[in-house]
Design a protein around this ligand. Structure first.
Ligand SMILES: C[S@@+](CC[C@H](N)C(=O)[O-])C[C@H]1O[C@@H](n2cnc3c(N)ncnc32)[C@H](O)[C@@H]1O
Length: 306
């Protein structure tokens, strides 16, 4: 037999649930409501009608997604990028044990290994580069079970990984990583959402900003364009912070990395398209601007003190 308090708590929870179900529009304050990547995908398919002609994305005046200096095609450029990352993020590496989760080919891990006591580079894919890069204080693993044996870690890095993880993996993975932290340990995350100017990763095919937001999947396919990013987070801050919370992690700091004010995207038929395709028309220009001009988010996370 439930107590009066339990019954009241259950009613309150049901009322909350009902309220959420009956709220058709996200509130105006932008980053408060999550639209799941799956939802965004559905919207994009639904929006594939009545959008007018495909915008002239070949136009020279259409801004680039990435500047030419940001392309990383050879070994020297990869190493240079790794040094830039380590400098920009200014991780406190000395005497630290670090896990580079989703390390890819390992250039960032190898650069960090010049200062840190011990680095573990982990990725689900095992590239050949690891064989030549690994050394005394730097090991690479593609089996997550083995990672724990090398912890706990003072710093765990997820650089450009969160938005490349498959849908549904985030909370579970972040929960596991939280458990690998040493006392006082922290997780650093840099991520670029789908809504960033290069978030669809079509720049290798055609280097035009936000093109993945202005074209439907069907249109992109027809034009032979293939976005690479695995997930489509269209309300980035709310979505990430919900994952962090569910994983039992606390945000110590967050820093959006913002870009130029590209006004041409926030009015007229181009904006109507972007808004319809990306948010089912439910986001106005001011709010879209707030979201779209965030190229990256940098987060430091920690386990809450008990
Ligand atoms: C864009 S790359 C970034 C690589 C590296 N962090 C860098 O910045 O050079 C994303 C990486 O995340 C890895 N990744 C995605 N999901 C993962 C998962 N669940 N576990 C481990 N690695 C994952 C991919 O294999 C890929 O190497």
């Amino acid at each position: 037999m439930p107590t009066v308090q339990e019954v009241l708590a259950r009613i309150a929870a049901d009322v909350e649930l009902l309220k959420r179900l009956l709220t058709p529009e996200p509130p105006a304050e932008a980053e408060t409501v999550e639209a799941t990547p799956a939802e965004a995908g559905k919207r994009q398919r639904r929006a594939a009608v009545d959008l007018g002609p495909i915008p002239n994305y070949q136009d020279e005046a259409w801004p680039a997604a990435l500047s030419p200096t940001q392309f990383v095609h050879n070994e020297a450029a990869k190493q240079y990028r790794a040094y830039q990352i380590v400098d920009t993020i200014a991780l406190p590496t000395e005497d630290k044990t670090i896990l580079d989760f989703g390390c890819g080919e390992g250039h960032v891990a190898a650069t960090l290994a010049e200062e840190a006591v011990k680095i573990v580079g982990y990725d689900k894919v095992r590239p050949d580069s690891w064989d030549t890069m690994s050394k005394g204080n730097l090991i690479f693993l593609s089996d997550f079970q083995q990672v724990a044996q090398h912890g706990p870690f003072d710093i765990i890095i997820l650089f450009d990984v969160l938005d490349h993880m498959a849908e549904g993996q985030h909370v579970e993975t972040l929960t596991k990583l939280g458990k690998l932290l040493a006392d006082g340990g922290k997780i650093f995350i840099r991520t670029h959402p789908w809504t960033a100017r290069h978030g669809g990763h079509v720049y290798e095919q055609i280097n035009k900003a936000y093109l993945h937001l202005a074209l439907t999947d069907v249109e992109m396919e027809t034009l032979g364009l293939k976005p690479e990013t695995a997930i489509r987070v269209v309300h980035p801050m709310a979505t990430y912070e919900q994952w962090f919370k569910q994983a039992g992690l606390e945000v110590e700091s967050k820093q959006p990395v913002r870009g130029d004010d590209l006004d041409s995207y926030f009015s007229g038929p181009l904006f109507e398209r972007i808004s319809q395709i990306t948010w089912g028309g439910k986001v106005d220009a001011d709010r879209a601007k707030k979201i779209m001009l965030n190229h990256f988010f940098d987060y430091w996370l920690k386990r809450p003190a008990h």
